[in-house]
Design a protein around this ligand. Sequence first.
Ligand code: NAI
Length: 249
Amino acid sequence: MTETSELAGAVAIVTGGSRGIGLGIAQELARAGAGIAVVARDGERAAAAAAELGGDGHAAYPCDIADARACTKTVRAVESGQGPVAILVNNAGITRDNIVLRLKDDDWSRVIDTNLGGAFNMIRAVTRGMMKRRAGSIVNVTSVIGLMGNAGQANYAASKAGLHGLTKSVARELASRNIRCNAVAPGFIRTDMTAGLPESQVEELKGRIPAGRLGEPGDVAGVVRFLAGPGAGYITGQIIAVDGGMTMQ
Ligand code: NAI
């Protein structure tokens, strides 16, 4: 069977593309023919990820997405180095877990500023170009925690629920310009973020997942590829849970 390349020639920004789910998404979009701009805080890891994608159509950009000016600069650099941005995947995210009583101001603001503010910064930075070209697809990586809430993750849940509102608002605002905006809400996926969970908790989690297993980055990446591409041309403002059936909203 031959691989389709429905994203041939398209430039895709993947934030947090240096590892975990973001790296899986970068690999999947590259397989679909896109040139990838790997945007991550850690420049060295981002460069290694871009090199691993193979070919010369990919590049890395060190950037803290919580910094609005850095995002604008990064998008400019991508557009002059690789070409107009057709796809933006807002995947970068962090956790700083604690119960509400013990959450520090910085735990709250850093998570909101990165997960929600970072996505907003990147969306605003790509929108002008996408509007001029009347084409674009934005995919936000959120979380089932943004749908369900979670004890000990008020900051993270609020940031991801905020992203759901951002997704729908951007979708409504830009649909007439042929720009789509959707969200993928992963359940529990095996990455560095979940590597610290004790085995007993993983077993307990599996019991709550109808599929009976944690997800892999590739499970999320396939859905992002679909939403980013022409097959999803009439889909906007949707939140798709990729969670082995855990939420079934
Ligand atoms: P990870 O911790 O393995 O990777 C996070 C990536 O984001 C890294 O590349 C890091 O450099 C980048 N990043 C973090 N802060 C940044 C900043 N300020 N500026 C630029 N880049 C920054 O995380 P993982 O597990 O791959 O998660 C990716 C996304 O998926 C996150 O948004 C996370 O909330 C979400 N998610 C993950 C789940 C999981 O079970 N692993 C479940 C549901 C959602």
